[in-house]
Design a protein around this ligand. Structure first.
Ligand SMILES: Cc1cc2nc3c(=O)[nH]c(=O)nc-3n(C[C@H](O)[C@H](O)[C@H](O)COP(=O)(O)OP(=O)(O)OC[C@H]3O[C@@H](n4cnc5c(N)ncnc54)[C@H](O)[C@@H]3O)c2cc1C
Length: 392
């Protein structure tokens, strides 16, 4: 990798220590109780916000700490490696980037310092719809220009954290699909202040899922928003969202590396402690090898996450690496989760060991924010030059 930006190791070590300290206040019992009640980890999110970690990627001029992507990956990885879950708040790190790169000065001045100070949360990201799924260009939510601004109608699904966010980054169609010149034109991004709109055109319905993820369906019924809610140029929203997606891939990949480390650490301790047939189960190669293999895959994926983050920081092309990192890291965490569960035998299913919770949580990353199949299609086309298999 030529001349990439590399973040100082001592800074990364400091970040790891600081995050570990915060996570120590949120042990497994905290997450188990939330999980049982499908409740939002407000105290955990407040602790991360108060210590400034969620503003890591906001430049200093807007009150953030202006850290690198590599530093941000270490924050999220460490949260997950310590048994916690950043999914309740990670979106702010990447949705904010769309405002940073494409928002007007007025939008940046208005929102970024408030987000950095923790007075506003930008946690909701409304892209996916029930009928279009991964085929984002087929989304049906519309924004029509009016004298006062824009009128939104439609529905989003899997809009996570919408109930716990002040702002939502929304992708909607502003020109009908059959009237655009390029297939990627005609979608626009809006930044919605949700507080006054909930019950006033916006209806949020929580979706209960196999994990505690605060995800929802959001309905838009003649929702009126001002002109200033448009981010960047009308019709260019798809490219804006895409430009933020690589950051999302890298950050989620880092969470997966953290999960994999947690699984391997937890499994190793258990395999050393659990003694049957006259010795620790960890002395058996049937226990060792799946863990050792997952360990090797985790380390390889970790290097790819680091490479993608450094390319991002260096402003070099990084789409292939970001997608590869996401896929390899999600595979590594799933493999480590499977080996950890198996190592624990029956106890892997018991809530108090946290293995079953982490196992469910890490499974998400085979599907969201982008499924493994779609990453493979992307790599086949962009990396290898094979014909495009979808969305022609
Ligand atoms: C808990 C959770 C939280 C989420 N949070 C958010 C959020 O905050 N904001 C948001 O906008 N979205 C969110 N999502 C949505 C997520 O990004 C989508 O679920 C994901 O992109 C897949 O879309 P889909 O579920 O509609 O599946 P589909 O697109 O219907 O795909 C279904 C299956 O078919 C496969 N498939 C589809 N097309 C192809 C193809 N051409 N080739 C090969 N295989 C294919 C996919 O890989 C997948 O396995 C979330 C989802 C979940 C489950």
């Amino acid at each position: 990798m030529a001349s990439s930006t590399v973040t100082d190791d001592s800074l990364l070590d400091e970040i790891r220590l600081a995050i570990k300290k915060i996570c120590a206040d949120f042990p497994g019992t905290y997450w188990q109780e939330l999980d049982r009640n499908r409740a939002y980890p407000t105290d955990f999110v407040n602790a991360l916000t108060a210590s400034g970690w969620l503003a890591a990627l906001i430049p200093e001029e807007y009150g953030g700490s202006g850290l690198t992507m590599e530093a941000a990956t270490v924050i999220l990885e460490e949260i997950h490696a310590n048994g916690c879950n950043a999914a309740a708040c990670h979106a702010q790190m990447y949705t904010m980037g769309t405002v940073m790169r494409h928002g007007s000065d007025a939008q940046k001045q208005k929102y970024l310092p408030e987000i950095a100070a923790g007075r506003l949360r930008l946690q909701a990201f409304g892209v996916t719809e029930p009928s279009s799924g991964t085929d984002t260009l087929a989304l049906k939510t519309t924004a029509k220009k009016t004298d006062q601004g824009w009128r939104i109608n439609g529905q989003k699904i899997w809009t996570s954290r919408a109930e716990y966010s002040d702002l939502m980054l929304l992708l909607a169609r502003t020109t009908p699909r059959d009237q655009v010149q390029k297939r990627t034109d005609g979608l626009s991004v809006f930044l919605l202040e949700m507080k006054d709109l909930i019950g006033n055109g916006i209806t949020i319905r929580p979706i209960r899922t196999m994990i505690n993820h605060a995800t929802t369906e959001v309905f838009f019924d003649d929702v009126e928003i001002p002109h200033e809610a448009l981010v960047g140029e009308q019709g260019q929203g798809f490219s804006y969202i895409l430009s933020g997606m690589n950051a999302e891939r890298i950050l989620i990949a880092a969470e997966c590396i953290g999960d994999a480390k947690w699984f391997l650490d937890t499994a190793t301790k258990y395999a050393n402690d659990r003694s049957i047939f006259g010795g620790p189960i960890g002395q058996n190669q049937g226990i060792q090898f799946p863990l050792a293999k997952a360990y090797a895959h985790m380390m390889a994926a970790e290097l790819m996450v680091q490479k993608a983050a450094r390319l991002y920081d260096n402003k070099s092309a990084h789409g292939i690496e970001a997608n590869t990192a996401k896929m390899l890291a999600a595979d590594a965490s799933w493999e480590a989760g499977e080996a950890c569960l198996q190592t624990h035998g029956g106890f892997g299913f018991a809530e108090e060991y946290d293995v079953e919770r982490k196992f469910r949580e890490t499974r998400l990353y085979q599907v969201a924010p982008i499924s493994t199949n779609l990453i493979l299609s992307f790599l086949a086309e962009k990396g290898l030059g094979l014909p495009r298999s979808y969305g022609k």
